[in-house]
Design a protein around this ligand. Structure first.
Ligand SMILES: C[S@@+](CC[C@H](N)C(=O)[O-])C[C@H]1O[C@@H](n2cnc3c(N)ncnc32)[C@H](O)[C@@H]1O
Length: 232
């Protein structure tokens, strides 16, 4: 799918799940308020919303999250699985603040958290991941590590999102993002992004649609450097 098709698809999802998305945004605002001082959110609004919408449509059984930090992305991912009524999230992080932040009603029996360095925990990667979310160490070395060690554990066609790639018009040199973008380009894999700087037309069109649908973000943040693609 080229960028235009992907944008159209995302617009359809905004229309299809407007009401559920609005409820999750309200929930996430309340979550921020309740965890003030111990939860620093990272994902920006559009990329969090797109992640939620993709998970709603895909209805994955197994989702893997690499990099929870304090739980902002974790709660978005878990909300999609809750609203689907199915699916399990396996989250990995070196720090475990997330465990006390994620509300127990959202955890239910749908969450497994693995504490420790991902590089020492490859044996804990679930067998058949249906969606891979990556937001961890943004250095080049770590990017190279997971391209060589984590991606080969995934099936061809697995949807993936990687955060912090397009903060500017291009990925920063020597970064994880540059490694991933080069890897994808060599394999001619199309990439979707709602980055304000890298994909301004997509960013503008999605914001126009959100305004029409009455959707205001949970944070009000604009950068959205995440990229979305399917593994070759
Ligand atoms: C940018 S934060 C994640 C933010 C989170 N996704 C959110 O939306 O709020 C990056 C996280 O990756 C974790 N991390 C970095 N390197 C890691 C590694 N080698 N193994 C596991 N976790 C790692 C850090 O501890 C940190 O919590």
């Amino acid at each position: 799918m080229d960028e235009l098709d992907q944008l159209e698809r995302v617009c359809e999802l905004y229309r299809k799940y407007t009401s559920d998305l609005g409820a999750v945004i309200e929930q996430q605002r309340a979550f921020r308020e309740a965890t003030r001082g111990r939860m620093t959110p990272q994902l920006d609004d559009l990329e969090a919303e797109i992640t939620y919408l993709k998970l709603r449509e895909l209805r994955p059984q197994t989702v893997m999250e690499l990099g929870t930090f304090h739980g902002w992305s974790t709660t978005w991912l878990l909300s999609a699985l809750r609203d689907n009524g199915t699916g399990h999230l396996h989250s990995f992080d070196k720090i475990h603040n997330v465990v006390r932040n994620v509300p127990s009603e959202l955890v239910g029996d749908r969450w497994t958290f693995v504490a420790g360095d991902m590089r020492a925990n490859l044996t804990k990667v679930p067998a058949a991941v249906d969606y891979l979310f990556v937001d961890a160490d943004h250095g080049r070395r770590f990017g190279r590590w997971y391209l060589q060690n984590l991606f080969p554990l995934m099936r061809s066609g697995t949807p993936v999102s990687v955060h912090d790639v397009f903060r500017g018009r291009q990925a920063r040199v020597w970064s994880e993002g540059a490694e991933v973008v080069t890897w994808l380009q060599r394999r001619q894999v199309p990439v979707f992004s709602a980055s304000r700087r890298q994909a301004p037309a997509v960013f503008a069109q999605l914001n126009a649609l959100r305004a029409e649908l009455g959707i205001e973000g949970a944070r009000g943040t604009l950068r959205n450097p995440m990229i979305f693609f399917s593994l070759p």
